[in-house]
Design a protein around this ligand. Structure first.
Ligand code: PLP
Length: 247
């Protein structure tokens, strides 16, 4: 991973193209979202220069710092992909076009309250814990449809699909089962024809498993390490912050 951001991006795009080819999918239906937690701004700017436009952050504070600095690049859009505490909603709503990690009704309510104040709407994905790992955020697969339905009643929230994180340190087959489950859930929810709910997006797949995710129907893959190199911060820190979890 000693290569430049630009070279790494070429490899990722090539892997995306190959996965699309393997699974008979149109490459235009798979969007690359760069996961940028802990990545310094000069590297983000390299990615912008190389043509990338979608960036995802995990923390409200880091998003705020990077957002203002990255605003020079007008086409850049930010997504929020981390665990979101209700008291951080205001900062996040200001900066992003989509939140991938809505996993509970209380967060939906907090987002709605803020969005009403700002007289706008927000695209959201509902995060599902498809691996049933205790360390992971996300609604259980069993609760998915009910949560989507409840969230859809907030008229400022536009549910666009589902998001998941594949099982960690798992076999390819276990990972594939997670993604397959997310796809099945999205089909089941779509069949319910819930007003104002679209099941268009499946946000799944990271550096280690985005090829499998694309084979299983991902429309957004979230890639960090493969492009920017290792992070020197344990991933668990982002997925299992023990502060204010149940707010
Ligand atoms: C960090 C992160 C990613 C990217 O992970 P890599 O393994 O670095 O590609 C994707 N999704 C979420 C939610 C993340 O926190």
């Amino acid at each position: 991973m000693g290569n430049s951001v630009e070279e790494n991006l070429k490899m990722v795009r090539r892997q995306i193209a190959l996965a699309c080819e393997r699974s008979g999918r149109n490459i235009a239906d798979v969007q690359l979202l760069l996961a940028t937690k802990t990545v310094p701004l000069d590297k983000l700017q390299m990615a912008v220069q190389a043509g990338e436009r979608w960036f995802g952050e995990n923390k409200a504070q880091e998003l705020r710092d990077k957002y203002s600095l990255m605003q020079q690049s007008k086409e850049v859009e930010w997504h929020f992909i981390g665990h979101l505490q209700t008291n951080k909603v205001k900062d996040v709503v200001k900066a992003v076009t989509m939140i991938h990690s809505v996993d509970r009704l209380k967060l939906g309510q907090a987002l709605h309250n803020q969005l009403v104040k700002e007289e706008r709407t927000m695209d959201i994905l509902v995060q599902i814990n498809t691996s049933y790992e205790e360390s992971k955020f996300g609604a259980t697969p069993e609760m998915a449809a009910e949560l989507v339905e409840s969230l859809s009643r907030f008229e400022t929230l536009q549910v666009k699909g589902l998001m998941t994180i594949g099982k960690l340190n798992a076999t390819n087959n276990e990972t594939r089962q997670c993604f397959r489950l997310l796809k099945q859930l999205s089909i089941q929810i779509k069949e319910k024809n819930i007003p104002r709910v679209a099941m268009e997006q499946l946000s799944m797949g990271m550096s280690g498993d985005f090829g499998i995710a694309i084979e299983e129907g991902a429309t957004i893959v979230r890639v960090g390490t493969y492009v920017f190199g290792p992070r020197y911060v344990p991933d668990e820190y982002y997925w299992n912050e023990n502060t204010e979890i149940n707010d």
